[in-house]
Design a protein around this ligand. Structure first.
Ligand SMILES: Nc1nc2c(ncn2[C@@H]2O[C@H](COP(=O)(O)OP(=O)(O)OP(=O)(O)O)[C@@H](O)[C@H]2O)c(=O)[nH]1
Ligand SMILES: [Mg+2]
Length: 422
């Protein structure tokens, strides 16, 4: 029976606003949420893409103020490889499971046309793993290790010229799958005046090639201003170091040169602080959220469509999951039946073919047998004829012998008679 919504039903569906006469306590819900999240801990996954020795590992150590103890990898591989390592770090009771996925041998090959393939495959594989967990009947989303890439730091070579075609191609392939933050690596090797022009050229090239990079969000009033101004500083020109020096009695991270030193956390020297501020201190949650709400959503949508699921039919009417499943099931059954029928027909045909082949060979055998029988009969007749002739010859011989014997007897009798007469 179809229930048609009445005006009364509609009225009931609209929530009524009530005033509380005293404190109830659900205003602690945000705190409960924070406590729960802190208890569960957080995941954050960074992908570092950049050519060999551009300072990827050093920058990670610098960003998280630790030593990830990365062993250097071989750089004579025929293809780009990825190495992901997960670390557990804690800061003021907040536990973070941090995965750093590093490229090995990126840009080392002579043919770099497919350098991005391994990276795209890796990002997709993490989405797929999450989707498979989500589609399970018994899901364990809370305890499941979320390995989806939340941010991709793209290390640009400090050439001072512009982007390489490999950089553009790779970022283009990844920009709908992951939040890309381009950074100019080893920025201490490029002069200040060159740097401004270099940054400008990079941004122009990205826009001209329609590569969309991550923009720090400006919809949250508390961080809108700082994010807006930081968007203008992209790509950040960074310097990393594992060395410390003493400056005015304070231990600071720096790179020392014969002519002076670069202080990593000095904003006049490089954009490292800007990167750390934007990536970790201000927008880490936005990167996580955007990964889930935009990039993963897009992947999920495409995959479900590939699997044959739709939200609306050709008449733009909503289609339930059950209906899609049933349609798919009946289609699948029909195709199975068609396959079965096809195989049955094929089997019948093969049997018929074999039967005909057998019949043909039987006929052939029969003909051969008849021929042999005829030959045998002919041979027998011939033999019998020869035998008969032989018998006749024998009889003739016998008769002649007899005749001869008889002839000889008469001759001797005649001779004997004649001699007696004498
Ligand atoms: N001038 C300069 N050198 C740097 C910087 N960061 C790292 N280096 C140096 O560059 C070299 C390579 O640094 P890594 O951090 O190992 O580079 P990587 O990209 O991780 O290298 P692979 O993992 O081998 O691809 C080391 O000698 C670092 O000291 C930087 O910002 N400026
Ligand atoms: Mg490294």
């Amino acid at each position: 029976m179809v229930h048609i919504a009445t005006a009364k039903d509609k009225e009931l569906a609209v929530p009524r606003h009530l005033q509380l006469s005293g404190h109830v306590g659900f205003d602690s819900l945000p705190d409960q949420l924070v406590n729960k999240s802190v208890q569960n801990g957080f995941h954050f996954n960074i992908m570092c893409i950049g050519e060999t020795a551009l300072g990827k590992s050093t920058l990670m150590d610098t960003l998280f103020n630790t030593n990830f103890d990365c062993t250097s990898s071989a750089h004579n591989l025929p293809n780009v490889k990825l190495k992901a390592q997960t670390y557990e770090i804690t800061e003021s009771n907040v536990n973070l499971k941090l995965t750093i996925c590093d490229t090995i041998g990126y840009g080392d090959q002579v043919n770099r046309a497919n350098s991005h393939k391994a990276l795209v495959d890796y990002v997709d594989a993490q989405f797929e793993a999450y989707l498979q967990e989500e589609l399970k009947i018994k899901r364990q989303m809370a305890t499941n290790h979320d390995s989806r890439v939340h941010v991709c730091l793209y290390f640009i070579c400090p050439t001072g010229h512009g982007l390489k075609s490999m950089d553009l191609e790779c970022m283009k392939q990844l920009d709908t799958k992951v939040n890309i933050i381009p950074i100019i690596a080893k920025a201490d090797t490029i002069s200040k005046s060159e740097l401004d022009g270099f940054k400008e050229r990079i941004m122009k090239e990205l826009i001209n090639n329609k590569v969309s990079i991550y923009q720090f969000p400006t919809d949250d009033a508390t961080v809108a201003d700082v994010n807006e101004s930081m968007n203008l500083h992209l790509p950040f020109a960074v310097v990393g170091s594992t060395e410390f020096i003493m400056v005015a009695g304070k231990k600071v991270r720096a790179r020392q040169y014969p002519w002076g030193s670069v202080h990593i956390e000095n904003e006049a020297h490089c954009d490292f602080v800007k990167l750390r501020e934007m990536l970790i201190r201000t927008n880490m949650e936005d990167l996580r959220e955007l990964t889930h709400k935009r990039h993963y959503e897009l992947y999920r949508q495409r995959r479900l469509e590939q699997m044959g699921f739709v939200d609306v039919d050709s008449n733009n009417q909503p289609v339930s999951f059950q209906k899609t499943f049933e349609t798919k099931r009946s289609k699948h059954l029909a195709s199975l039946q068609a396959k079965e029928e096809e195989m049955r027909q094929m089997f019948i045909q093969r049997v018929k073919q074999k039967e005909n082949e057998l019949k043909d060979s039987e006929k052939e055998l029969h003909l051969k047998f008849e021929k042999l029988k005829r030959e045998h009969l002919d041979e027998k007749t011939n033999l019998e004829e020869s035998r008969r002739l032989l018998d006749e010859e024998c009889q003739e011989l016998q008769r002649r012998k007899q005749q001869f014997t008889n002839g000889n007897g008469q001759m001797s009798t005649l001779t004997l008679g004649r001699s007696k007469k004498k």
